[in-house]
Ligand binder design. Structure first.
Ligand code: ADP
Length: 960
């Protein structure tokens, strides 16, 4: 392919626009320039005209003044007469001097070069200063005329043979006024040097200029004479003359009546602007002129500025348009560049496709000769490039399909393109299926064909595999032992397998008239529509439900169905595939199992024992409520499923936790072991623990632990033992008591009997008799006391004792009691002190005084009995609502182990028969019983060897 390098389009509109702008600007510039030029020239001409006018006025004024000078002098009769006088007599020196004096004054006061006094012939008779004293040939011919007219005359500028410089003369006729005919007697000639006043007047210029000048000219024959000094050339002697015929010469033009020109050429032949004016009263013309160059210099600098601006303007426009064009070109080239890039990319792309295309690309001519191939073709057909190029297409066609080739080409010719499958052959003669997309292409007028081929061996293989697998799946479907059906989206049955037919009792053709819903119902009447919609929407992968199926014979079975979606290639839901499982029997079995399980569960929950079932790995399988209660273990711990965790939680409740966990863990490796032991808890509980393997089909699968709380049983046992011990003790006490009582009774009885019999002795002395009587009396009292005690205790035990609450004067009762011990006090040398806790007035109380005194009496007697030295104190204090009584001694005290027992019946610290102190062991138990009856309690504190204190309380009921 050749790339056409196109030029960027020429921006003609821009160029034309630019040219138009340039031309417009130039035309405008030219017009403007011309206009400005003309305006300027005219302005200058006018300016020159004004300056001419000014100068003409000045010159006229100056001339007028000169003539006035002349008239004034001529009319000065005195001076004129003097001069005439002198002319008549030139020898008259005084007159001459007087005249000279006047002349000096004139020269000094007026601006004249010199003054000459002439006679009528024009011969100078007197002059001042004394130079140029002659009248030249120019003036002399004028004099007769002046004498005739008697008029003052100012001559033109002239040169004369005697006067060397250009000058003018003011000629004053000297009129002799003494004569009637006013004869002119001479002339006074005042010579004027124009250099002094006139020329400067002419030459002066109101504004600085390098070329402007005014000049005066006069016509002499065919020439123009320049009268004054000129600016640009020397003309002191009126030597410059120019012919009148010079058309452009402003001076010449003046004489032709032209008053101004902007296109003149002056005496130097330099272009000038000029204004020409006649000077009145003279033959002179005034020419005021200025070089065009100078005039234009202003215009030129203006024009330069304008041109610079215009050039800048054009440049800017040019730049702008240039930029637009450049931009256009850049865009054009960029576009071109991008096109080129795209083309390049396209080439590369085609190249890439050709090189790496997975398809075979063949280009062949109308004779079926291959003209171009890609790499893939070489690879597939296994030919080298130069082998394949030029080869006829029929060579790569499998022999069996060569005959199809003309038909295929014909079809392409007719339709333009065609796609078909055929068989091709590699170099090694192996044949492979190929899918060809053939197209006719026209390359530079010649017809070619392009074949794009794809090796479809794998596809064919896949199709075959698919067919096979389809077959296999159909077989699986049809022969599956699971009932299966395919239904449309309306659940209308389309296909069923044999198992489904067996399950429902219908054959497949019959089922095709049913929908799935006809055949089934839900026990709870639930609607599957939503779930099926979700299934279609891919919200759920499958839909699982249980249904009752009505069989053809009317019987009902329970089936579990799993419905999934069959989608087409476009992923659209097409069919439902249902797989049913008859779960009637399973459900029945489950129900039976559930029933037996609930039975077991109920049994387990109702039992008093705790149960725990664990598997062989020590995971908790089951436990009952009783177990959690017995072990005081939260369900959360059990629900973690680890027995070991539970064991850790409970172990600290045990008295001996050591080895508790290990022993259980060991059992997991001995699945057959049966164990039983007793667990003892810190809180006093006892559990009987029993474990045995859980077996399924004679195989251990776990272990069942049962726990029985036998605390009560244990308690009963220990109570029984305690009771037995107690009974034995009681028995022993009783024996001791009897033994004791018999001793305690026998001793005073023996004394009574023995001493009573001695009383009968005739020779008994009085002193002995008294002693014996005393002993008998004491023994009787002792005996009585013992009997009283026995009676009291008997009454107490049979609850026969009554409390007799009466108003009692406590203080006086206690004082009487104290007095009862005075005798013993003296005998033993141990003081018995009483202290009262209330003033007498408040000590009137309500109580059973007899019992109170008996308690105190018992306690004091005990103290006396067990005290050998020291003292005994008793009394009471008020403690709240109670009266607190005390009996304190410094006796032998009570050993610690006996303290808790001394209030029991028959108890005595020293039970030996050889003991020092008598007694029955009943006193304190009677005291306790009486104190309780009086609404109080009794206690003892004691230190062996130091003493004992009994304290008891009774209610403080003050008698009102
Ligand atoms: P007894 O008739 O033997 O004195 P009690 O019941 O009065 O019987 O006393 C029981 C036992 O308590 C006494 O045998 C004695 O061992 C002890 N006991 C009682 N009171 C005192 C005490 N004050 N000091 C020492 N031991 C005492």
């Amino acid at each position: 392919m050749t790339s056409q390098i196109k030029k960027p389009p020429t921006s003609w509109p821009l160029i034309i626009l630019f040219i138009i702008i340039i031309i417009s600007v130039i035309i405008f510039g030219a017009i403007y320039y011309n206009y400005e030029k003309d305006t300027l020239l005219l302005e200058k001409q006018q300016e020159l005209s004004s300056i001419s006018d000014l100068k003409i006025r000045q010159i006229t004024q100056w001339r007028f003044e000169r003539l006035a000078d002349g008239t004034f002098l001529g009319s000065n009769t005195l001076m004129v007469n003097k001069m005439l006088e002198y002319l008549n007599n030139t020898k008259d020196i005084p007159t001459r001097d007087a005249i000279l004096q006047s002349l000096v004054l004139l020269i000094e006061n007026f601006d004249y070069h010199n003054i000459i006094l002439t006679d009528l012939n024009g011969d100078a008779k007197l002059s001042f200063p004394f130079q140029d004293t002659l009248i030249g040939d120019h003036l002399r011919p004028l004099l007769p005329e002046i004498a005739r007219n008697r008029q003052v005359v100012l001559t033109d500028l002239h040169l004369s043979n005697y006067v060397s410089f250009v000058h003018m003369d003011l000629i004053i006729p000297l009129i002799d006024r003494n004569k009637d005919d006013l004869v002119v007697g001479g002339f006074l000639v005042l010579r004027i040097d124009p250099q002094k006043v006139l020329y400067p007047l002419i030459q002066s210029w109101p504004a600085p200029s390098r070329s402007a000048e005014t000049l005066i000219v006069r016509k002499e024959g065919d020439a123009v004479v320049y009268l004054n000094k000129l600016r640009h050339i020397k003309n002191n002697d009126m030597i410059l003359k120019k012919p009148l015929s010079m058309e452009k010469l402003p001076a010449a033009m003046a004489f032709k009546g032209i008053r101004g020109t902007i296109d003149g050429r002056d005496y130097r032949n330099v272009p000038v602007v000029a204004s020409m004016k006649k000077i009145p009263g003279t033959q002179w013309y005034m020419v005021a002129k200025m070089d065009r160059d100078e005039i234009f210099s202003v215009l030129e600098s203006q024009m330069k500025l304008v041109i610079t601006i215009l050039v800048l303007f054009i440049s800017t426009i040019g730049l702008f348009l240039g930029f637009l064009m450049w931009n256009q070109r850049v865009r054009f080239y960029r576009g071109r560049y991008e096109d080129e890039l795209n083309q390049l990319a396209l080439f590369k792309h085609f190249d890439y496709i050709l090189k790496f295309a997975n398809d075979i690309i063949l280009l062949f001519d109308k004779d079926l000769n291959i003209v171009e191939v890609n790499d893939r073709a070489l690879e597939v057909y296994m030919y080298k490039r130069d082998e394949l190029i030029g080869m006829n297409l029929s060579k790569i066609q499998a022999p069996a399909t060569v005959t199809e080739l003309p038909g295929q080409i014909e079809l392409v010719d007719e339709v333009g393109s065609s796609t078909y499958e055929t068989l091709h052959m590699r170099k090694d003669k192996s044949v492979f299926p190929v899918e060809i997309s053939s197209r006719a292409v026209n390359i530079e007028g010649s017809k070619y064909y392009q074949n794009i081929g794809r090796d479809i061996t794998e596809r064919k293989h896949a199709e075959a595999t698919l067919r096979e697998s389809e077959l296999r799946f159909r077989k699986i479907f049809e022969e599956s032992p699971f009932p299966m059906f395919i239904a449309g989206k309306d659940l209308g049955i389309i296909r069923t397998n044999a198992a489904f037919c067996r399950m429902t009792g219908y054959d497949e053709e019959e089922l095709k008239f049913h929908t799935f819903n006809d055949l089934t119902y839900s026990e709870n009447g639930e609607d599957d529509q939503v779930s099926l919609m979700r299934l279609i929407a891919e919200d759920i992968p499958v839909f699982h439900t249980e249904k009752r199926y009505i069989r053809k014979d009317g019987s009902v079975i329970l089936g579990s169905v799993t419905i999934s979606i069959i989608r087409n290639n476009k992923d659209e839901a097409q069919f439902f595939l249902g797989m049913v499982e008859d779960i009637t029997l399973r459900r029945e079995a489950e129900a039976a199992l559930e029933k037996s399980f609930s039975l077991i569960k109920a049994t387990l929950e109702s039992t008093e024992d705790g149960f725990l079932v664990v598997d062989l790995s020590g995971n908790i399988v089951q436990f009952n409520q009783r177990y959690t209660e017995m072990w005081r273990i939260p369900r959360e711990i059990l629900e973690t499923g680890k027995d070991e965790k539970a064991l850790h939680y409970v172990k600290d409740q045990l008295i001996n936790p050591g080895g508790f966990i290990d022993s259980v863990m060991r059992l997991y490796s001995e699945p057959e072991a049966i164990t039983s032991d007793l667990l003892e808890f810190k809180d006093g509980r006892y559990f009987e623990r029993y474990s045995q393997p859980q077996k399924i089909n004679d195989l251990s699968v776990g272990r069942v632990w049962s726990f029985r709380d036998i605390t009560e049983k244990k308690k009963a046992e220990s109570e029984l033992i305690a009771a037995k011990v107690k009974a034995e003790e009681s028995d022993r006490l009783k024996t001791a008591f009897l033994h004791n009582v018999s001793h305690e009774i026998r001793t005073p009885m023996n004394a009574i009997i023995g001493f009573s019999s001695l009383l009968n002795e005739p020779d008994l002395k009085e002193a002995d008799r008294q002693l014996f009587t005393e002993i008998i009396s004491q023994s009787s009292n002792q005996l009585l006391s013992i009997i009283n005690d026995i009676v009291d205790i008997a009454n107490i035990e049979s609850e026969q004792v009554k409390v007799n609450m009466l108003t009692t004067d406590l203080n006086s009762s206690l004082k009487s009691l104290r007095e009862q011990f005075i005798y013993k006090e003296r005998q033993n040398k141990i003081p018995v002190n009483l202290s009262l806790g209330l003033p007498d007035a408040q000590a009137i109380i309500i109580t059973d005084n007899t019992k109170l005194i008996q308690v105190l009496s018992n306690l004091i007697n005990n103290s006396i009995k067990f005290t050998r030295e020291g003292q005994i104190d008793f009394g009471y204090i008020l403690n709240g609502n109670f009266l607190e009584f005390f009996v304190r001694d410094t006796g032998i005290g009570i050993p610690e182990e006996s303290i808790g027992k001394i209030f029991e019946r028959f108890y005595q610290v020293d039970r030996t028969t050889s003991r020092q102190f008598g007694g029955t062991g009943l006193g304190l138990s009677i005291c306790r019983a009486y104190v309780r009856l009086l609404g109080g309690s009794i206690s003892v504190t004691s230190e062996p060897g130091k003493g004992t204190t009994f304290v008891f309380t009774i209610q403080y009921l003050q008698a009102s």
